[in-house]
Write a protein that binds this ligand. Structure first.
Ligand code: NAP
Length: 306
């Protein structure tokens, strides 16, 4: 069995070592143009040439949860595309989003400014019920984030494509559900996959329908958010702030207004990182299932786009 590794911007040697340890009988090698045909591949942002040449792939494992970049390529039609599901990412996402929500709700950002100036001053406690959090996407990551926020006793709303039931979460679904979901939410968290249906979903119209003093947390993909619309609503005062981990152009370009905007917190696409050993263990488990002819979780539906 031959496994080809083709991951852009990834230190390949530790992955190759881990994959070789997990598949001692396989030929695991770094892809280069003209490489022999492989049956399986482990990829992140591969070039089109990889799929043009590797015509016999049975399954392609993407070492991330989002497959929007991969689905832009012409893929080998017979190859299953398998994404990571969780593999240590959901707890990181829960940490990131809970931190952002709590920092905003408890005004820890304002306390930090005060205490750096030597000021010992209290702010009036705010009421949790006034900060309902709406999570767009109730998949592997969104559902974990929703349950974590519910543990902190925030009112939590969730929106997904198909109807869902998540303990402690008021669930909305489909286009109809999107009528009431934003108006029921003050903090908006995006954990959707990027598809033609979800591109630009956070725009002037939808963000205007958040409750007044709204707050936006984007941890999915930069193209979910219309950046100028966010800036306009921050300037008008309808939105109180935003924590953004993903951007339409990454790295965020020098001089972009988000870098220095007083109401925006920027992080460099780091909310949930791919963890190598967890990912290799998951890929090994899924590959063993596929070899036995069993179904695996995380197979991408090309029509849905995720
Ligand atoms: N910033 C980072 O570091 C980072 C790290 C990992 C992932 N991500 C992003 O997070 C995204 C979500 O990951 P995941 O593993 O949670 O994905 P997932 O398990 O596939 O969940 C996606 C969720 O979005 C919902 N959805 C999709 N299209 C929709 C639509 N048109 N309307 C309403 N709901 C829709 C799905 O609804 P159904 O349940 O009904 O299908 C599902 O609940 C990834 O695609 C990626 O872009 C970011």
């Amino acid at each position: 069995m031959r496994i080809s590794f083709c991951c852009t911007d990834t230190a390949s040697e530790p992955w190759l070592q881990g994959l070789r340890a997990a598949f001692p009988d396989a030929d695991v090698s770094l892809w280069e143009p003209g490489a022999p045909q492989a049956e399986y591949a482990v990829v992140w942002a591969p070039p089109q040439q990889f799929f043009d040449e590797q015509a016999q792939l049975k399954a392609v494992f993407n070492i991330g949860a989002g497959v929007d970049a991969l689905l832009k390529l012409r893929l080998s039609p017979q190859a299953k595309i398998v994404r990571l599901d969780d593999a240590g990412m959901s707890v990181q996402m829960a940490e990131y989003v809970c931190h952002a929500v709590i920092r905003h709700f408890r005004e820890f950002d304002a306390y930090e400014v005060d205490t750096r100036q030597g000021k010992w001053s209290f702010r009036k406690p705010r009421t949790r019920a006034d900060f309902p959090v709406g999570i767009m996407g109730l998949g592997v990551l969104g559902a974990r984030v929703a349950r974590s926020l519910a543990q902190f006793e925030f009112p939590v709303n969730g929106w997904s494509q198909s109807p869902k039931a998540v303990d402690g979460v008021r669930c909305f679904s489909g286009a109809d559900g999107f009528n009431d979901f934003p108006t029921a939410s003050r903090v908006l968290v995006c954990l959707l996959p990027l598809t033609p249906d979800t591109r630009d979903i956070m725009n002037l119209a939808s963000l205007s329908r958040l409750q007044s003093g709204g707050y936006v947390i984007n941890v999915a993909r930069g193209a979910h958010l219309v950046e100028d619309d966010l800036l306009a609503l921050l300037d008008s005062g309808h939105l109180a702030g935003a924590t953004l981990d993903v951007f339409r152009t990454e790295p965020l370009p020098a001089g972009h207004p988000f870098w220095t905007h007083p109401k925006i917190t920027v992080t460099p696409h780091t909310s949930a990182r791919t963890l190598r050993s967890e990912s290799i263990a998951q890929i090994a488990g899924k590959m063993a299932c596929l070899l036995r002819g069993e179904a695996v979780a995380g197979v991408v539906d090309h029509l849905r786009g995720y």
